[in-house]
Design a protein around this ligand. Structure first.
Ligand code: ADP
Length: 160
């Protein structure tokens, strides 16, 4: 049984991310969902908001922990004691970036493996950016994000 880390920006979490998380959680003993705190990346939601939306959406999953992290992913992974990094692959367009990251992480620590889960066809078009764009123009979000995220997005758009 393994410990795994699923890292990402989750700005905000979508049903595509949640599908990967649920599938990954069934494959390992413990799954850390690691939310990247990146001061350079301009995110819509603060790190606290991104973590709390994930916690709300995942409260029924006993073996899933949501935590913020900063700095090098591989350092965080070692700190958790994980042997696996989980990433999702939607289309060929994801592949080049994901390959580069997986190879860089392998170079930094050959003992840690990156495992790719292929996106569910239902969510293969779905991204946090698409969801933010739809929210900005009051598009339908029901099938794309959990209800706590939908409400937070609507609040955020009102503030703007
Ligand atoms: P990052 O900035 O690290 O790419 P994201 O939050 O955009 O963070 O994505 C985190 C991971 O989830 C990535 O591996 C991405 O390919 C995957 N992912 C994003 N959206 C989906 C989706 N709809 N279905 C499956 N995987 C997804």
């Amino acid at each position: 049984m393994k410990i795994a880390v699923y890292p990402g920006s989750f700005d905000p979490v979508t049903n595509g991310h949640l599908d990967i998380i649920k599938r990954a959680a069934s494959l390992c003993e413990e799954l850390y969902v690691a939310v990247l705190e990146n001061p350079v990346k301009n995110s819509l939601f603060t790190i606290e908001e991104r973590v709390s939306m994930l916690q709300e959406a995942l409260k029924e999953f006993d073996n899933v922990k949501v935590e913020p992290f900063r700095g090098l992913l591989i350092d965080y992974v070692k700190q958790t004691g994980a042997q696996l990094i989980i990433r999702g692959l939607r289309a060929v367009s994801d592949y080049e970036y994901e390959l580069q990251m997986a190879l860089a992480n392998k170079k930094l620590d050959p003992e840690i493996e990156t495992v790719f889960l292929v996106a569910n066809t239902e969510y293969s078009f779905l991204s946090s950016s698409l969801v933010k764009e739809l929210a900005a123009f009051k598009g339908e979000l029901n099938e794309l994000v959990p209800s706590c995220v939908k409400h937070k997005l609507q609040e955020k758009m009102k503030e703007r």
